[in-house]
Design a protein around this ligand. Structure first.
Ligand SMILES: [Zn+2]
Length: 346
């Protein structure tokens, strides 16, 4: 259901003039970035070697996918190394705009109890804290770059099940919420952020965090019978049935995205391009193909960028024992973004 209050809030908004994005800066001191290594001409891709950490043998989360996504982007010449931006680790201060002090203390220091760890799906380790903090820093950096250059992607991110005071469903820190809050609060007047969450699971943590926040609109298309069992209320939830295929899925997204952009008029879109709606995903229940995911990602980014609104994309969920197959599937969003970048003359 759409939150009427937010739509009313937007009614007085002025028409957005299609903006021209600033020329790239020669220095990235203003960004949450480590080094200036970027090529000003190509699609910016945020990546860090610490997006990955060790897990116990046979753990069901496909941790190895993160470095392989970046590997395939280079190998297939979707990007060059010069297009890589390296994020800083998300500071405790940055995280505290979304997460409670008590949770951050327990999470960072490893004092979460067994039941809390079970809910996240991960045993606590220093490595996992580090990877989640770099992943969150990566999403914040992608958002910052997108605001300046129009489009940017990370090779991780989309941990939408994390709540302010607990982690859940493989999500420990809510990177989308931290990035949205950072973007919203770092300018005056506050920027408005639309979160387009097309992961097959509902973005329950994000929906909860922003339920009373008029400057952030949460839009989630998800499989109704999938995790989480108890859904939160996003500003717009579209629950779809098991087995949905490419054409119907794309029609669903097309039916909502244009009017949301026209009505809410965001200053930034955060796009969770989860690949778990794929037919071969171990946790999804839909039937999208590789081509269907490509068409979806292309449609979302073209539609948003075409209205002069910047977009930062993260990879979201995707589950398979075949890490290379999965990493290639996750790289679809970067390939589609590279096409949008080229065709839009960015
Ligand atoms: Zn998911």
């Amino acid at each position: 259901m759409t939150c009427l209050k937010r739509l009313i809030f937007c009614k007085g908004a002025q028409m957005k003039v299609s903006r021209s994005f600033s020329a790239p800066s020669t220095s990235c001191r203003c960004f949450h970035a480590e080094l200036v290594r970027h090529d000003s001409r190509g699609l910016p891709v945020v990546h860090h070697s610490d997006y990955v950490c060790d897990l116990p043998p046979n753990h069901r989360f496909p941790m190895g996918k993160f470095p392989r996504v970046f590997h395939f982007l280079l190998k297939d010449q979707v990007i060059t190394e010069k297009q890589m931006w390296i994020p800083q680790i998300a500071s405790r201060d940055l995280l505290s705009c979304v997460h409670t002090d008590e949770y951050l203390n327990n999470f960072i220091n490893g004092t979460t109890n067994e039941q809390e760890q079970r809910r996240t799906g991960f045993p606590w380790s220093e490595g996992i804290v580090k990877r989640c903090r770099y992943e969150t820093g990566g999403t914040v950096l992608a958002a910052e770059i997108a605001l300046q250059r129009g489009l940017a992607c990370s090779t991780a991110g989309g941990t939408h099940h994390a709540f302010p005071n607990f982690g859940s469903g493989f999500c420990l820190l809510n990177d989308l919420a931290v990035a949205a809050k950072f973007v919203m609060d770092s300018s005056s007047p506050r920027r408005k952020v639309l979160i387009v969450d097309l992961d097959v699971h509902q973005g329950d943590g994000t929906a909860f965090i922003f339920k009373e926040e008029p400057s952030v609109f949460t839009f989630s298309v998800h499989c109704g019978k999938n995790f989480p069992l108890r859904k939160q209320q996003s500003d717009l939830d579209v629950s779809v049935e098991d087995g949905l295929e490419d054409k119907e899925y794309l029609s669903t997204v097309e039916a909502h995205l244009p009017w949301l952009l026209e009505t809410f008029r965001p200053d930034l879109v955060l796009y969770d391009a989860g690949v778990d709606p794929h037919w071969d995903d171990e946790l999804g229940r839909l039937r999208l193909t590789d081509q269907g995911l490509y068409q979806r990602d292309l449609y979302v980014m073209k539609t948003v960028v075409g209205r002069g609104v910047p977009v930062a994309a993260v990879i979201g969920g995707g589950y398979s024992r075949d890490i290379d197959k999965l990493a290639l599937r996750h790289s679809i969003v970067h390939r589609a973004a590279a096409q949008v970048w080229r065709e839009s003359g960015m």
